[in-house]
Ligand binder design. Sequence first.
Ligand code: 5AD
Length: 460
Amino acid sequence: LMKKVYIKTYGCQMNERDSEAVAAMLRARGYAIIPSEADADVILLNTCSVRDLAEQKAIGKMTTLAHLKRRKPDLVLGYLGCMAQSRGGALAEKQSAVDLVVGTQRFHHVPDYLDQIFTRRCEDADSYDEELKAIVDTAEEPGSESTIRDHVLGTNGNRQVTAFVSIMQGCDMYCSFCIVPYTRGSERSRPIAEIVEEIQQLVDQGVQEVTLLGQIVTSYGRKDIGKQDGKSAFVQLLEAVHEVEGLERIRFTSPHPKGFGDDLIQAYRDLPKLCEHAHLPVQSGSNRLLKAMNRGYTREWYLRILDKLREAQPKIAISTDIIVGFPGETEEDFEHTASLMREVEFDQAYIFKYSPRRDTPAAELPDQLSDDEKERRNQIVLEILNDRMARKNQELVGQTVEILVEGRSEKAGKRMFGRTRTNKIVLFDGDEPHQGELLPVCIERATTITLYGNPAIHNL
Ligand code: 5AD
């Protein structure tokens, strides 16, 4: 009988992609991947460490599952990913119901470990911890960046229109607030040819839009590929991906603002498949704090990049990440962030309250802010953002935009949804046959987050 596995994913798109690759590998090994935890023989939590809240959620979930396991003693429970990497065996020590802890460079060993658990040959595993009765593997592995390559496409019988493609792993930037260099290791990139081949295969199966993924994609290949004709390895990759016939749209995330050299800005002019959207995490509008965060740029430099991007693509949408309440953030520092938000008018922003992370320099700084103060600042920035987003979306009402139809909207029931090249979600009344179409829609109505459209074709 096929063992049933449920994988729950916390955190970013990179984690989503890792879970998908693990699912594909498990499926190839004869496991069934199921969409909910009821009936599961194995429950794996693929975790996030970027803020404490994300870790607490996963730990809380595991506590609930440990209770469930008292009634279902054969249930196999595991932690994967970032928190598994940074906390390792300590997780199994604290929660004895945990059978498996697998870090960020060893996802592809999960099928072996589950096989071992089910054939009760755990004793043979190198990493089996006799005392913990759990398999703990947080080793580093050269070449592991190339192991996130298998896909599960179109699970609900629908053809899948968009896909994530992991191009690199790790980060060497060491922003003072960030745990990622410790959970994901140092920068390692896949070869261009391998990535192009994966994308070609996806396109052959009907995918039309890819998002190139990495913790810091603008650092792609900088160690082993390097610059050519003044073009960074990342831009060389974009050009190679652009050549894939049948591919319609290219996106990428997450970059570092420092990676937006003239070559990348020029790519927005030269590569028609590259969508008019850039996610440019600014973190703060205060130069003093940008320095303390070790970001390597100033507010003025960041704004100059946005000017250049808007010069290259006047319609480009800009999104960002903001941290409020970094240690020592004064009222004046915060006002610089608020004024930046008013000045730039981001199309989307993810606002985070600073969360001290173990091993990071910022966690040791004096003048940590209270939760109340962080929450107050969070609300102020959110209000500015929502106001600007609502206004910008309103401006689109009456305009016709091109969307790529991805499928049926889960939240909005009967409606279909697609995305504009600027990464805005558009809902419309329609049917499955539209899936995969590049459809012109007239925007009829807008809220802060969602646009409602009418296929323009029907109006002709
Ligand atoms: N506290 C709050 N937010 C954080 N981020 C990263 N580390 C922290 C932290 N310690 C945010 C940054 C980053 C995003 C992915 O998460 O804004 O861009």
